[in-house]
Ligand binder design. Structure first.
Ligand code: FAD
Length: 237
């Protein structure tokens, strides 16, 4: 199997860097191939816009999603977008490696999603969620935080981590059809003792050894929603 790690940290010696190194080594040792989009090193432009396309379908009125759909049909995405889309389609496992910034993705990684998960190519025409383009493939968030686990517990000050990650795990990854694995979170890495950090890396390696058999998050399937796109009575959310 083949994995793509989209890595969003500028410092190679950071803990995020150590997590990506751990992932590469573990996945390769367990027989998989790996490629990495190291977004800062690539100087990836995270701002979606007209430069995403070699030609515009409507030069008089720019509408990003419409242009993405047209570019899918006409194969007119810019080279940097095409390169990432090809990596995405090659992957059986997609990993986002990032530090939690403002309760979400660093802008460079959010922009990667904006530009690469293009309309028409990765969703549209009834292809979404359990009928999504990437169904049968798996995705994993691997992240570090500044705050401790308790502050992200269901009654914690910052709110439940599962709620914070919902826009990414459900709104991006499951939206395009991935089975989303439970996230791996290394809490408060800057304030952790060295031994705790080493333990995080060991635990992450163990998690990656079972990525093909780990039970994904139990997001409902499309047939569990009614015609108004609300969960049918009796289906738990
Ligand atoms: C703009 C911004 C917004 C933020 N928003 C939030 C937020 O909303 N919520 C929140 O909780 N936090 C937030 N933070 C904090 C941020 O999430 C943390 O600073 C980040 O997760 C720490 O990860 P790092 O890889 O940068 O750690 P680093 O500081 O790089 O690493 C931590 C320690 O691990 C050491 N280390 C490196 N490699 C290894 C190794 N192999 N083994 C053991 N130790 C190693 C490093 O030397 C360092 O001492 C924010 C920070 C910024 C800048």
């Amino acid at each position: 199997m083949h994995a793509l790690i989209v890595h969003a940290h500028e410092e190679a010696k950071s803990f995020n860097g150590a997590m990506t190194e751990t992932a590469i080594r573990t996945l390769q040792e367990t027989g998989h191939t790996v490629e990495v989009s190291d977004l800062y090193r690539m100087r990836f432009n995270p701002v979606g816009g007209k430069h995403d396309f070699t030609t515009l379908a409507d030069p008089d009125f720019f509408k990003y999603g419409v242009e993405q759909t047209q570019a899918t049909s006409n194969k007119t995405f810019a080279a940097d977008v095409v390169a990432e889309q090809e990596k995405l389609f090659r992957a059986d496992l997609l990993i986002f490696q990032f530090p939690l910034w403002w309760f979400g993705l660093p802008a460079i990684l959010k922009g990667w999603v904006d530009r690469v998960f293009a309309a028409g190519l990765t969703y549209g025409g009834g292809r979404w969620y359990s009928n999504g383009v990437f169904r049968g493939k798996r995705a994993l968030l691997s992240l570090t935080t500044g705050g401790p686990a308790t502050i992200y517990s269901p009654r914690g000050l910052n709110g439940d981590i599962e709620t914070l990650l919902f826009p990414i795990q459900h709104g991006m990854l499951y939206f395009v059809g991935f089975d989303v694995l439970p996230p791996f979170v290394a809490w408060s890495v800057s304030r952790s003792m060295q031994e705790q950090r080493a333990e995080y890396l060991r635990a992450y390696a163990e998690r990656l050894k079972t990525w093909q058999t780990t039970t994904p998050l139990p997001f409902p399937t499309l047939d569990q929603y009614d015609e108004t796109l609300q969960l049918k009575p009796g289906v738990s959310d």
